[in-house]
Design a protein around this ligand. Structure first.
Ligand SMILES: Nc1ncnc2c1ncn2[C@@H]1O[C@H](COP(=O)(O)OP(=O)(O)OP(=O)(O)O)[C@@H](O)[C@H]1O
Ligand SMILES: [Mg+2]
Length: 141
């Protein structure tokens, strides 16, 4: 379907996509009143991008709080942990163990690190799944 009155917006986002391909990413907010054509616009952008970009979509419902990621599995977390181990070298960060509750989607990691930020930095770089909460504790004698 040819979209009416969307040429300039499509051109802008196509240019952003090209820039992203060259290493300069962006966040684009598509806003507008109900039914104005937001979803259609985003679909069209993805159709134009074709194989040039990978896409993922999500949704939320104002009447509920959805799980941030559905279906976290032991396997996912095992891969993320391996990425931590491969990333942490040289920063005094040591991811030791992890625990997963697949039903609630909760993950707990045990890590030795000089600071919470150092620990978080490894997660951010390794896979982007940073902790919601970090509890700093001292080991008892
Ligand atoms: N640029 C356009 N030209 C012609 N028709 C359009 C255009 N954009 C959207 N439409 C049509 O308008 C209707 C609503 O579009 P769409 O579902 O994308 O809106 P939306 O903003 O995502 O709505 P909602 O706020 O409900 O999520 C659809 O039937 C769609 O085909
Ligand atoms: Mg929509």
């Amino acid at each position: 379907m040819a979209l009416l009155e969307r040429d300039s917006q499509l051109a802008a986002v196509s240019a952003y996509l090209a820039e992203a391909g060259a290493g300069h990413g962006r966040l684009v907010f598509v806003g507008g009143e109900a039914g104005v054509g937001k979803t259609t616009f985003v679909r069209q952008v993805l159709a134009i991008a074709g194989d040039a970009a990978r896409s993922a979509s999500g949704a939320c419902d104002g009447s509920m709080t959805p799980a941030p990621r559905d279906g976290v599995t032991m396997d996912d977390v095992a891969k993320a942990h391996q990425a931590d181990l491969a990333t942490q070298g040289g920063r005094n960060v040591n991811y030791l163990r992890y625990w997963v509750d697949e039903d609630s989607g909760s993950v707990f990691c045990l890590v030795e690190a000089p600071s919470a930020e150092a620990a978080n930095g490894v997660h951010r770089e390794a896979h982007g799944l940073v902790a919601d909460e970090i509890f700093q504790v001292q080991e008892g004698a």
